[in-house]
Design a protein around this ligand. Structure first.
Ligand SMILES: [Zn+2]
Length: 463
């Protein structure tokens, strides 16, 4: 079974994720979240925020703008260093990433290689030919900056250039002093942010795994220099708990991978990735990087502000070091879908598809069905239940098929509970509540439904 294909189809058919601009033939690698997708995405962001911000006394949140002063990106190194090395095939005009071309054809790592080295390999190695047309006629390497550039105001001139942020992190660094002064936090403390970021990738792909417009959940955690490694290890452990205990991702599909020296970004003295075993191979789910004082130091030098911290207890001044746990929302959502996707053989020989999502992130939490849609007394009770739960849970009403079919439809999108109102309900004021995973049904009093679901959907953050 091609799980990726199954999940992509499910997303399309059930309104989780659509190809963007479909009616115009689609915009490459751009996706829209449908009615169920937006619920799932919001729920993932909500539990992330709960676990990483609300659950900790040392964290606060921020929501900074996508557009920033262009000098932010000069200080951060993005104007100068945030680029991919590209070569063009002179014959068919196809464009490739030089490092990927070498890695894919020769199977060697290009980590840490300089421009000239990449160039030499491409020009001299006879095995490196254009994957599209087979010619061996490449341009020399040119650099292509990954930031999306636009103009602020009506005049398109250099002085008005602004960038769509390629990461949410810098929005946190430039607000470091304001957050520190207003929140009265003491180091160590962190700032979390969820928001869109944009990178003009040459080779996006694998559905929502790598896209040019994406959403990040990032934390910049400020620490005393010299203590960053212990904090880094803490964040790796805490993140693993998020994936396994909060999102319910299977342990065996996760691994930690330490970056080699060659691979480390220029600002980092240690980075550990948490990877997921996607159907297309292991892929980064979260990067936890020790960013040293690279960003705060550079902003101190380039801006009008000294981003120095004064530790009153130790009577010591320093520029804080930073540990950065950085998550992709879209990748997390893809992981959750792939990991939850289950095909079960039933006793009667049929199969059912069920998304075994953690109950509190399911796009729909409870579905209410009337056993007979043309029996007014049953419909009335079902509608009443719907109304009584709607303020507290995401509940829907459905009477468009037989009960068996309705169950299957909800299984497929991961709805943890289905309520059926039947004739017995009219007599004893109870309904059947059917559990998605066990398929067991129990009778629950209508008056205690709220209590039943409150318990079922509570999140245990104390782990
Ligand atoms: Zn070619």
């Amino acid at each position: 079974m091609d799980i990726m294909k199954e999940v992509v189809n499910l997303c399309k058919n059930r309104g989780i994720i659509f190809q963007n601009s479909q009616i115009y033939g689609g915009l490459a690698s751009t996706w829209d979240y449908g009615p169920l997708g937006v619920e799932l995405k919001n729920n993932i962001k909500k539990v992330w925020w709960k676990f990483f911000i609300h659950n900790r006394e040392d964290m606060v949140g921020l929501d900074s703008a996508i557009l920033m002063h262009p000098r932010v990106w000069e200080a951060s190194g993005h104007v100068k260093n945030f680029h991919d090395p590209l070569v063009d095939c002179k014959k068919c005009k196809e464009r490739f990433r030089a490092d990927h071309l070498i890695e894919n054809i020769l199977g060697i790592s290009t980590a840490g290689m300089k421009n000239e080295e990449l160039n030499q390999i491409i020009q001299n190695n006879q095995n490196i030919k254009c994957p599209t047309c087979g010619a061996k006629d490449f341009t020399t390497i040119r650099f292509f900056n990954l930031m999306f550039k636009t103009y602020q105001g009506p005049v398109e001139e250099a002085a008005n250039i602004v960038y769509l942020r390629p990461e949410t992190a810098q929005g946190i660094f430039i607000n470091f002093k304001s957050v520190l002064n207003s929140s009265r936090k003491k180091i160590p403390f962190g700032v979390g942010q969820i928001g869109k970021a944009f990178r003009n990738e040459i080779t996006p792909g694998n559905f929502i795994f790598r896209t040019r417009e994406f959403e990040q959940m990032e934390i910049e955690y400020f620490v005393e220099p010299g203590t960053e490694m212990e904090h880094l290890e803490h964040w790796v452990d805490y993140s693993m708990k998020f994936f396994t205990k909060i999102l319910g991702i299977k342990d065996e599909n996760l691994r930690k991978r330490e970056h080699s020296k060659d691979e480390l970004a220029h600002y980092s003295n240690r980075t550990i990735d948490i990877e997921y075993k996607f159907p297309f191979g292991w892929g980064e789910l979260e990067g936890i990087a020790s960013r040293t004082d690279f960003d705060l130091s550079n902003h101190s030098q380039h801006s009008n502000e000294d981003l120095i911290y004064f530790d009153e207890k130790k009577n010591k001044k320093y520029i804080p070091y930073v540990v950065e746990p950085s998550f992709g929302v879209d990748r997390t959502l893809l992981t959750v879908l792939v990991d939850a996707y289950t095909v079960e053989k039933l006793q009667d020989g049929t199969e059912r598809v069920v998304l075994k999502l953690a109950p509190y992130i399911a796009p729909i939490q409870v579905a209410v069905f009337p056993l007979k849609k043309n029996e007014p007394r049953i419909v009335e009770v079902a509608k009443k239940i719907l109304k009584s739960l709607i303020g507290d849970f995401n509940v829907i009403y459905d009477d468009t098929a037989s009960i068996g079919k309705l169950y299957r439809r909800q299984d497929e999108i991961g709805t943890p509970y289905c309520i059926t109102v039947d004739f017995q309900s009219l007599e004893d004021n109870t309904v059947t509540v059917r559990n998605r995973d066990t398929m067991k049904q129990e009778r629950v009093s209508i008056n205690s439904l709220k209590e039943f679901f409150t318990k079922s959907f509570s999140i245990n953050l104390d782990i």
